[in-house]
Design a protein around this ligand. Structure first.
Ligand SMILES: [Zn+2]
Length: 479
C-alpha cells in the first residue's frame, strides 16, 4: 500500500451498507424487527457521516438519525446521562436535552415538543436515534431527501460551501488515484454501481469552479473519470475495467480516492460461455470468403521497430525477452501454417518495422480480409506470478467472439499457457477499427518465468502458432 501512514477512512463498511439489500435487524422498545430497506446515508454540512454500527433508519415514514454522529459532525459535544436516559448536547452555546421516549426536548431553558407525527428519541441497537425532521425545525436546518442515493442531507445555517477547484487522475503500480481538490477536506459519499462497473463519488456542499469533464484515465483499473455538477452535489464517476477496491484519504486540500486493482483482468463470465451455432444467430456479421473464393487473413505481429512492446526484465537496457521479436516469430509461423492450407496471408509487418495501429487496421480493411488476428504478449511488472493466455474480441462482432473462443480453446488445450479466458477488448484500436471479425491474443506473460521460458523456445512459439491457426481454420470451416 502506497500510503500506509495516511489517515484512512475505510469506506468498506459504508459501501457494504449501500450496495447490500440485506435486511438487518433493529432492536428498539423491546421489539426485534427485520429492517428490510437499504440503509440511508447521512450527510451533514456536506460531510458524509460514518454511521457504521447504526445508519439512519425510517420508522413509520420518519427518518431517525444517530444523535451522537449527527451532532458531533456539527461540532457539538454529546454526553449520555444514563440515570435520566438523556442525551445532552452542547451545540453552539446551547444545551439540548433529548430524553428517550419523551416528546419533551429542552433547548436551553425552553421546552419544545416533538409533534405526534414524529417518533420520540429511541434507543435502537444501543444507539440514541432522533427524528431528523424535528431537529431541523428546532434549529433551522435544511433537510433534503435524495431518493436516488438514499441520502438524507442536513445543512445547518452555518454551513459554508467549500470550493472545488479540480479533479485529477494519476496511476502508479496497481493503484489509480483520483484527487478532488477542495479548499478543505470533505468526506464524500462513495458507492459502487454495476453495469457497467463503476465507483461513484458524491461530494456535497461544494461550489465547483470547474466545468463538467471527462478524463480518459488508462489506469490499472480505471478507464475513465467523469465529473459533473448536479443540483445538489458534485459527482465523480470512475468507470472500471477491472475489479477494484477503494480507500478514501483525508487531505488538507481535498480528498483522495485510491482505487486498487484487485482482479487481474476484467473477466467476462458470459464471454466464456459456449458460443451457439452461428446459423442460429439472427445476424451473423461475416461470410467467408469475402474475395471471390479466396480466403484472406491479416496477421498482425504486435509492436515492432522503436516500439519493443513488453520486455523482460522491465526497463532493462539489454532485455532477455522482447515482445516485438516473439510476436513476429509467432506471426511468421502462423503465416506458414495458414498458407499451407491455401489461405492468403497479409502481414502487417514481416520484419522489425513499426506500422501504426491505424495503418494495421487500414491495411486489413483495404484488402477486405476475412479475419484479422493480432499477436501480442502480456506483461504485469509487479506481479510476476500472473501467467496465462487471453484472447480479446470486440463485443459487437459475433464472429470475432467465436474466433476468440476457438483460438483460446486451442491455446488452452495444446500449449503450456494457462487459461485467462476470452475477454471484451472493444476498446482496442485494431479491434475497433477493423471491419472484419478480429481478435487480439495475448500469448502469455513475458513477466512470468514459466511463460517467458516457454515463449523463448522454438517449440513453445510453434505450439502457440499452431493453436492460433487451428482456431482460425475452425472458424473458416476448413477443419
Ligand atoms: Zn503488446
Amino acid at each position: 500500500m502506497r500510503k500506509a501512514a495516511a489517515f484512512i477512512l475505510t469506506a468498506v463498511i459504508l459501501l457494504s451498507f449501500v450496495i447490500s439489500a440485506d435486511a438487518f435487524t433493529i432492536i428498539y422498545d423491546g421489539k426485534v424487527e427485520d429492517y428490510p430497506w437499504a440503509p440511508i446515508v447521512l450527510v451533514v454540512d456536506g460531510h458524509t457521516v460514518e454511521t457504521k454500527e447504526m445508519p439512519p433508519v425510517i420508522l413509520n415514514g420518519r427518518t431517525l438519525v444517530p444523535a451522537r454522529e449527527f451532532f458531533e459532525e456539527l461540532g457539538a459535544e454529546v454526553t449520555w446521562d444514563n440515570d435520566a436516559r438523556s442525551v445532552i448536547i452542547d451545540y453552539d452555546t446551547t444545551e439540548i436535552v433529548l430524553t428517550i421516549n419523551s416528546r419533551t426536548v429542552y433547548i436551553g431553558s425552553e421546552a419544545a415538543t416533538i409533534a405526534p407525527s414524529d417518533p420520540a428519541p429511541k434507543i435502537i441497537n444501543d444507539k440514541t436515534m432522533i427524528p431528523v425532521r424535528f431537529v431541523a425545525e428546532a434549529f433551522g436546518f435544511k433537510v433534503e431527501w435524495i431518493n436516488e442515493t438514499r441520502v438524507v442531507r442536513v445543512t445547518s445555517p452555518e454551513a459554508e460551501e467549500v470550493r472545488l477547484t479540480n479533479v485529477a487522475f494519476s496511476s502508479e503500480d496497481d493503484t489509480d488515484t483520483i484527487f478532488i481538490a477542495l479548499d478543505e477536506f470533505v468526506n464524500p459519499n462513495i458507492f459502487r454501481m454495476q453495469e457497467p462497473d463503476r465507483i461513484v463519488i458524491d461530494v456535497y456542499g461544494t461550489n465547483a469552479i470547474i466545468k463538467d469533464g471527462k478524463i480518459n484515465a488508462e489506469g490499472q483499473a480505471v478507464e475513465a473519470v467523469r465529473y459533473s455538477q448536479h443540483p445538489d452535489r458534485f459527482r465523480v464517476v470512475a468507470d472500471l475495467k477491472a475489479d477494484a477496491d477503494y480507500e478514501v484519504f483525508k487531505m488538507k486540500n481535498g480528498v483522495e480516492i485510491s482505487i486498487i486493482r484487485t482482479g487481474d483482468y476484467d473477466y467476462d463470465e458470459e464471454a466464456t460461455a459456449p458460443v451457439e451455432d452461428p446459423t442460429e444467430m439472427p445476424s451473423g456479421n461475416a461470410s467467408f470468403p469475402n474475395n471471390d473464393g479466396k480466403l484472406i487473413v491479416v496477421v498482425d505481429a504486435g509492436h515492432g521497430g522503436a516500439d519493443p512492446g513488453a520486455i523482460y526484465p522491465p526497463g532493462a537496457k539489454d532485455p532477455v525477452a522482447v515482445e516485438k521479436d516473439l510476436t513476429l516469430d509467432i506471426a511468421l509461423k502462423l503465416r506458414k501454417n495458414l498458407e499451407a492450407e491455401g489461405i492468403e496471408v497479409v502481414m502487417t509487418r514481416e520484419d522489425d518495422s513499426y506500422p501504426t495501429l491505424k495503418e494495421r487496421a487500414e491495411l486489413a480493411n483495404k484488402v477486405n480480409a476475412d479475419l484479422f488476428v493480432s499477436v501480442h504478449i502480456n506483461a504485469m511488472d509487479n506481479k510476476d506470478e500472473i501467467d496465462g493466455a487471453q484472447v480479446y474480441y470486440h463485443k459487437n462482432s459475433y464472429y470475432g467472439k467465436r474466433l476468440a473462443s476457438a483460438i483460446h480453446n486451442n491455446i488452452i488445450a495444446n500449449t503450456a499457457l494457462s487459461d485467462k479466458k476470452i475477454q471484451d477488448g472493444s476498446s482496442f484500436y485494431v479491434l475497433k477499427h477493423t471491419k472484419m471479425p478480429a481478435i487480439l491474443t495475448e500469448c502469455g506473460f513475458i513477466t512470468n518465468e514459466g511463460d517467458r521460458n516457454y515463449l523463448k523456445t522454438e517449440k513453445g512459439r510453434q505450439k502457440i502458432a499452431d493453436a492460433i491457426s487451428d482456431g482460425i481454420l475452425e472458424v473458416l470451416d476448413i477443419i
